[in-house]
Design a protein around this ligand. Structure first.
Ligand code: MN
Length: 427
């Protein structure tokens, strides 16, 4: 699997920029995001350690102009134009950035005036949503999550629906309410039916929840009517982010029959600002769970198509100490991203650069690895005790949730940073 053209596989590479120990962003990562500084418009950037690297400034210095990438993409307010260059273009760009910042290359390092323009301290930039999201699809690919939720609502015998082991179940979500990490989330108002013997009521959701997920961002896919084969699907994936798919369980439970999730989901989803490329994640490939029954041929792939990504969620009550409420791993997911994308396009549906495909809640096999409060508190029957002594079945106003994720193997750590959001009272 080691690709000699992928410098992310070289764990000995070091940067002349200082990288703190245990940073998610060594020179092997080179993720992509959109940043702005005071008085200057949002533009593409990358990150090494706690330094944000302004790609517009690198481009203005003619250091990116021989890559066959149109310079205008480095001044764009989203990564979508850059992503039109596909996997090969992004790989070349990452290689160039690594070259400029590797410790044995003095070229940029010695040009201190230029370095001041290019290298920005993290606390002086604002991060924005990295892509303009055209479409958002949410899968449901954790067997443990689907089994837990199915057990709660239908009993252990009928926990998994008959289709679940045959196809990656998903639904079309709402793209307009995807927000970048740090954006506050307002508790939604809605219709629910807390007492099945009584008529429905209207009010603020009382069962506001998190969903610990990752998402992948697509490159431009094939034209409408053409499918993406499972074996080529990974070439159409730009990279991954952390994703909190906030959910109002009481609204969801009442509205979802028969067409699926709607207003209980569409009030907000939070995304981490740095898109970590598939090239950077390559060293952390691993096998997913064995699939039995064998999927239909269009979903069949051999080799390793999962990734060993350690994930955690923490809850921080109003200005209090944080409590880690979940520790899980991406590798537990039953359906791979390649299978999700092959399934998504098997009917000829076209995907576009900047589409977001979320994993679904990532629960593991043990109770502390459940990726939602619905499961952690078992539908409110087992409240969690936080470090400040307070209890939670679901989220309260003023609660902040942080999801973090990273990979680590043979001394190389590649991470995502975090996705964070605070709950504001309903309006
Ligand atoms: Mn979800």
């Amino acid at each position: 699997m080691t690709d000699p053209n992928n410098s992310s596989n070289n764990s000995t590479l070091r940067s002349w920029l200082k990288v703190p120990a245990n940073s998610d962003f060594p020179i092997q990562n080179i993720p992509f995001g959109i940043c702005s500084t005071e008085g200057h418009h949002p533009r593409p950037c990358t990150r090494i350690g706690n330094h944000v690297i302004d790609l517009e400034a690198l481009s203005d210095a003619d250091l990116l102009n021989d890559l066959g990438i149109d310079n205008a993409v480095f001044s764009a307010p989203t990564l979508n134009p850059l992503m039109k260059h596909g996997k090969a273009g992004i790989r070349q760009l990452r290689q160039r950035i690594m070259e400029l910042f590797r410790s044995d290359n003095g070229f940029l390092q010695e040009r201190t005036t230029l370095v001041e323009k290019v290298v920005l301290p993290k606390d002086q930039v604002s991060m924005h949503l990295p892509v303009q999201v055209g479409d958002y699809t949410d899968f449901y690919s954790s067997r443990e999550h689907a089994t837990n939720v199915g057990t709660m609502f239908r009993g252990a015998e009928n926990a998994l629906m008959p289709n679940w082991l045959h196809l990656p179940v998903g639904y079309h979500g709402r793209a307009s309410s995807i927000v970048v990490s740090g954006t506050a989330i307002q508790r939604p108002m809605g219709q629910m039916r807390p007492n099945p013997e009584e008529p429905p009521v209207f009010g603020p959701s009382k069962q506001l929840d998190i969903e610990l997920e990752t998402a992948f961002i697509t490159f431009e896919g094939r034209p409408l009517g053409e499918r993406i084969d499972v074996d080529e699907a990974e070439d159409f994936i730009f990279g991954m982010v952390l994703f909190n798919d906030w959910s109002a369980r009481d609204i969801q439970a009442w509205e979802y029959v028969p067409l699926g999730p709607f207003l209980g989901k569409s009030f907000g989803s939070s995304m981490s600002p740095w898109i970590v490329t598939m090239d950077a994640l390559e060293p952390f490939r691993t096998k997913g769970p064995a699939q039995d029954p064998t999927p239909l041929p269009y979903l069949r792939h051999s080799g390793e198509h999962s990734f060993d990504i350690t994930l955690e969620a923490a809850l921080i009550p109003n200005n209090a100490e944080e409590t880690v409420i979940c520790r899980t791993n991406f590798k537990h997911l039953y359906w791979s991203m390649a299978q999700q994308l092959a399934h998504h396009t098997v009917n000829g549906c076209n995907v576009r650069a900047g589409d977001v495909m979320a994993s679904g809640t990532i629960s593991g096999p043990t109770p502390e690895s459940f990726g939602s409060l619905l499961e952690l508190s078992w539908r409110g029957t087992k409240p969690l005790t936080l470090k400040d002594g307070s209890e939670r079945k679901f989220l309260e106003d003023g609660d902040t949730v942080v999801i973090r994720g990273h990979c680590e193997r043979d001394g190389l750590r590649i991470g995502f940073g975090e996705v964070r959001g605070e709950i504001l009272p309903a309006r």
